[in-house]
Design a protein around this ligand. Structure first.
Ligand code: ADP
Ligand code: ADP
Length: 225
């Protein structure tokens, strides 16, 4: 997988210039998108997940133009938004089963296998009968990842994933993402916490006021700083 961002610009209707002439290559593996509040991270995410059009420039996914191949590219996407919430009343496995159904898995038996495997992978198998709403913050985040992964996406976008997690859950969540990133996928991790990126990502970009301030490895960034 590869994403190429070419001369990307986004100006909101009110004149806010959120992304300025951004050129960036995102290779396979885990990619960190670092920047303070207002840097343009969410704007870039919204463009990448096709929720918003850029004002100029383009995004290529494996050489496919995002603007012209939205449907194909959407089928490759898994997205875990920052303010992730669950349908009330559903048990953990029911929630994931419902997601799998929406993703088009019609066969009940193979859906059950996929759901059970996914619950196992994110460490929620024991919690499968618990109400999804009543899980801890870290467990909810892991259920969110399970939901984003259920239809085998090639591009996984995770927005501020460790906000509000305790240190133990934070490490657990980072390890989970690291394991997933060994497959042929791109995981984009948007965060303002350097530790989320330095411990997990091979490559990263630093955004500041909509502009690319750095791209390379987290080690390089720390050396240059
Ligand atoms: P666009 O210019 O891309 O069409 P809109 O002006 O329609 O975007 O704004 C989309 C949403 O973002 C609106 O709900 C608006 O209230 C909200 N919004 C406006 N300004 C800001 C801001 N500075 N930061 C975050 N959200 C904002
Ligand atoms: P980050 O996710 O890094 O905090 P954002 O992409 O949310 O950055 O914001 C980048 C800039 O664009 C900020 O100046 C913000 O106020 C502005 N912005 C974000 N969303 C909107 C919107 N919908 N309408 C107008 N301005 C926005």
């Amino acid at each position: 997988m590869q994403i190429k961002i070419e001369n990307l610009n986004k100006v909101y209707r009110n004149g806010n210039y959120a992304i300025k002439n951004l050129n960036l290559e995102i290779p396979n593996g885990m990619f960190g998108l670092l920047g303070p509040n207002g840097a343009g991270k969410s704007t870039l995410m919204r463009i990448l997940v096709t929720l918003m059009k850029p004002s100029g420039g383009k995004v290529l996914v494996n050489d496919l133009d995002l603007a012209k191949n939205r449907r194909e590219i959407r089928a490759m996407l898994g997205y875990l938004p920052q303010d992730f919430s669950f349908f009330s009343k559903l048990k953990t496995y029911e929630f994931l089963d419902y997601t799998a159904r929406l993703a088009g898995m019609k066969n009940g038996a193979s859906r059950k296998t996929a759901v059970d495997q996914m619950l196992e992978e994110v460490g929620l198998f024991e919690a499968r009968d618990r109400n999804a709403n009543k899980l801890s913050g870290g467990m909810k985040r892991r259920l969110g990842i399970a939901q984003a992964l259920i239809n085998n996406p090639k591009i996984i976008i995770v927005d501020e994933p460790t906000t509000g997690l305790d240190p133990e859950e934070r490490i657990r969540f980072r390890n989970l993402l690291s394991n997933i990133s060994t497959r042929d996928v791109i995981i984009i991790l948007s965060t303002h916490i350097v530790g989320d990126i330095s411990s997990t990502c091979n490559n990263m970009a630093l955004l500041n006021k909509g502009e690319l301030a750095f791209t390379g490895s987290p080690e390089q960034l720390i050396k240059e700083a």
